[in-house]
Design a protein around this ligand. Sequence first.
Ligand code: FES
Ligand code: FES
Length: 154
Amino acid sequence: MHGSPELPLSFTLNGDAVSVEADPAARLLDLLRYDLGMTGTKEGCGEGECGACTVWIDGLPADSCLVPAFQVDGREVRTIESVDPARLGPLLSSGATQCGACTPGVVMTGLWILENPGLLRSHAIRELMAGNLCRCTGYDGIIEGIEAALGTRS
Ligand code: FES
Ligand code: FES
């Protein structure tokens, strides 16, 4: 697709072993969406600014538009397709989503907070979500959704 020779690439995607032939310089975002059909991950800015394309690599959120495919060889990638719908309701309550453009990335970062609540000992939710831009909600709904999912609302 990008004119470079394709090379074998193996990694874990949402818990399953995946082996593909891919342009190693292709973006992880494109590998996921166009080679592997994981279209839940969205492109916003394409420049590492908005967080719409957030996935997890080895348990940490990453902008998949900035990650060359070869960097995930041998690693664990998690996309929004892996998220239990039962967890989405609380996370997206309280007006956390309007147009939805940011939502897949917000969910992936929000889930990272939910699954690593120790982060909140040293960081505020708003700080941890700083890499996910939203043009619509003013962020309060997103923060409230995560707080509700954490069960920490007072
Ligand atoms: S599309 Fe990747 S950070 Fe905006
Ligand atoms: S809901 Fe529209 S950009 Fe976040």
